[in-house]
Design a protein around this ligand. Structure first.
Ligand SMILES: [Zn+2]
Length: 124
């Protein structure tokens, strides 16, 4: 299994059911502050960052979090925070995720289900 949590392991339905919907074209990913390991959920479509795993209505524009991590106050690296070009230091491993209250947001079950769907869609 990949060390890092892939975007398709994120439980979109669960986020919606907790009130985390934006505009319907959500593209969720996880990243972390390399300084203090604060884990964040981002909707790349709306460029909005979810701050609180217990309250997904608590969000900030990604720009604000880039400027100042809510955990340690440091600026985040001026690099992509998600996607294939994100540096390892901002990516979140399964172990790191499970050590936070964000553990519910991505699961192996969702990852496997989406893997199957992606294979089916690719005609494999
Ligand atoms: Zn930080």
């Amino acid at each position: 299994m990949d060390l890092f949590v892939p975007d398709y392991a994120i439980d979109t339905e669960e986020i919606y059911s907790r009130g985390g919907r934006n505009f319907g074209d959500e593209s969720f990913a996880l990243f972390k502050c390399p300084g203090c390991w604060q884990v964040y959920l981002i909707d790349e479509s709306a460029d909005v960052v979810y701050l609180d795993p217990k309250d997904v209505t608590s969000r900030l524009p990604a720009e604000r979090v880039r400027r100042e991590c809510v955990g340690c106050g440091a600026a985040l690296p001026d690099e992509p925070l998600s996607g294939s070009s994100a540096p390892d230091e901002v990516r979140v491993t399964w172990d790191q995720l499970r050590a936070t209250r964000w553990a519910w947001v991505a699961t192996v079950e969702v990852m496997l289900r989406n893997q199957k769907r992606m294979k089916r869609e690719a005609g494999l």
